[in-house]
Design a protein around this ligand. Structure first.
Ligand code: NAD
Length: 235
């Protein structure tokens, strides 16, 4: 008799894209060492200096367009043959999609899209890397980056919680778990869910039953974990 597929949910953060050349936020030399969050990633910053905000995200978008998925993104695609896989990412890059993953929920938005500054539901794909002052939505309002700024609600949080609650296996990769409410997702797991954390640093603050810490680079530890899970699903 065929075994039914188990559910795997992945929560990824900036660390999974670090080896694709995209800087993380909180590591030494990360983006928040170079920029002041309040000047570029808040609704107040947009009010005060929209050009600076657009410049910041235009540069992020350019770097994303130049980057390629790495082995950590790619190995997750192989899981789909053996498990029901859902990826929840805090990343605004599209490297999970470009590596071929089919179900990706972006908690904090997508850099390659823009939204109407007066209606967050009006979202459109951007053709190139730059979004400029004077580019308007169909209702005549300035377009802004389709990202969730600090201080804004996270519209897809409820959906993400439901994914995690259904997970048999939950893998956290490349996130410092410092940004809320995303970091709270780890508490939505059911009791017997198997949990893994892959990170170059040891995340000592997370202490659970059924939790395995795999310390190392995402491109090394995640493919090892994926292979082990696939072998296990065959036995
Ligand atoms: P963070 O910078 O707070 O944490 C990154 C984590 O990744 C750290 O725990 C670090 O130890 C780990 N890490 C670094 N390099 C790694 C590697 N090679 N392998 C494994 N782990 C590695 O980032 P976060 O927790 O994702 O913070 C959330 C916010 O960062 C989100 O809002 C997200 O939108 C934003 N962000 C996104 C991108 C992107 O889209 N690529 C880049 C930077 C920041």
């Amino acid at each position: 008799m065929l075994k039914s597929k188990r559910n795997i949910v992945i929560l990824s953060g900036a660390g999974i894209s670090a080896e694709s050349g995209l800087g993380t936020f909180r590591d030494v030399g990360g983006l928040w060492d170079q920029y002041d969050i309040s000047e570029v990633a808040t609704p107040e910053a947009w009010e005060k200096n929209p050009e600076l905000v657009l410049d910041f995200y235009n540069l992020r978008r350019k770097l994303v367009l130049e980057a390629e998925p790495n082995l950590a993104h790619e190995c997750l695609v192989h899981l789909e043959k053996h498990f029901n896989v859902k990826i929840i990412t805090q990343n605004i890059d599209d490297l999970h999609e470009r590596s071929g993953s089919s179900e990706v929920l972006h908690l904090h938005g997508e850099i390659r899209k823009a939204q109407c500054s007066a209606n967050e539901d009006e979202v459109l794909e951007l053709a190139g890397s730059d979004l400029k002052i004077g580019e308007l939505s169909s209702s005549g309002h300035q377009l802004r980056p389709h990202v969730v700024w600090f201080g804004e609600a996270v519209p897809r949080m409820y959906e993400a919680e439901k994914y995690v609650a259904d997970a048999d296996i939950f893998i956290v990769v490349g996130t410092s778990l410092n940004v809320y409410p995303a970091a709270n997702l780890i508490y939505s797991c059911k009791k017997n869910c198997q949990k893994f954390i892959v990170d170059v640093n040891e995340l000592t603050k997370v202490k659970f039953k059924n939790l395995t810490h795999l310390q190392g680079k995402a491109t090394e530890k995640l493919p090892e974990l994926v292979n082990a899970l696939i072998q296990d699903s065959k036995s």
